[in-house]
Design a protein around this ligand. Sequence first.
Ligand code: GLU
Length: 423
Amino acid sequence: MSQVRVRFAPSPTGYLHVGNARTAVLNWLFARHTHGKFVLRIEDTDLERSTEEFHLELLEDLDWLGLDWDEGPDKGGEFGPYRQSERLQVYREHAQRLMDEGHAFRCYCSAEEIKTKSDEAIRLGKSTNYDGTCYDLTTDRIQKFENEGRKQAIRFRVPEGVISFRDVVHDEVAFDSESISDFVILRADGIATYNFAAAIDDSLMKISHVVRGEDHLSNTPKQMLIYNALGLPLPAFVHIPMILGKDRSKLSKRHGDNQVRQYREKGYLPEAMINFLSLLSWSSPTGDELLSVDRLIGEFDLERLSKAAAIFDTEKFNWMNGWYLRNAEFDRMVNLSVPILKNAGLDVSDRRFVEKCLEAVISRVDYLQQLPEQCAIFFSQEVKYENESAIKSQSSKKIFKQFLCETNNLSGWNAEVFRDTMK
Ligand code: GLU
């Protein structure tokens, strides 16, 4: 196999979603496993929804996860620029070539006209595909449209036939071209659409494997049509299953946090997140679940990707993160905890004291933002009881007496002995 080149191609229209992060993780693991290249491409052709803030946040989240890229907007590389908004000329040239060779055509139909025709087709139970109005425009017609001030988009002319390909996860996939309308590749404002830009870039950036979410499976035949029309070699396609919530519905806000930064801010560890995300539709041949990044890189293999939808199980993630917290280098945990405790208004000036607090409670937290609550008792002068009357009752007094007796007889004190005695 020639060098593996994979890409992560997010649109900076929001914060990094865990589903996209999983796509990034799998691409990155594959690149590192094969000593290939991991390319970051920013798909910001949706000028209204893409923002610089989201772009920077994306880079920050990827950086926090430790997913370093070999080529990208800030790094450069042989096949740049890596921001689609800087590649418009490349798309226009390819669109022109498609027109020159009869694979694409100018279309002057307005959005309203298209919608009216499509509504009518639905009413009559007919296909809503583009009806070919602008297929063979005469110069006069074009002139007329131009005089009317109409704007031209460029559409791809979908040929008849079946478009099939082999997907690494889904095996043989076929689409009848009847289900694909002549689609716009350059909008009237001159901006390339996703399918066109993605196909051109994947090809020009020499991407060997397109690894992305299954929601893009139905885009693949359109992209293949572009490859074929331009005579470009095809990459391998790898469509990974969707991530569902525990109730098996599409992961959404309803299921809780779904952005990487939310987990970052709550005090999850990046290595725990990489481990957890990598196991959404992939598994180690050993069956082990706690896998360091090095082990993941060593073991990752496309063949072990599953076809079944992956379940985002927050409890499992919490369990895993708890394990990483307890097993991480203690000094690092203290450094991460100090600002969290400080933000919660606790006095962290005595580092030794913070260390002792952390030692006492680290095994009880799933993520670091739970620390202030767990540690509060060590920082307050006054103890507040949840149920004061029960604590002060006669039977409680007996228990406390017994407890004191037991502790007097102890030879050594540590967290474990204390816990057992308490029990
Ligand atoms: N920008 C697209 C997305 O974020 C990329 C899809 C692809 O990987 O081709 O969904």
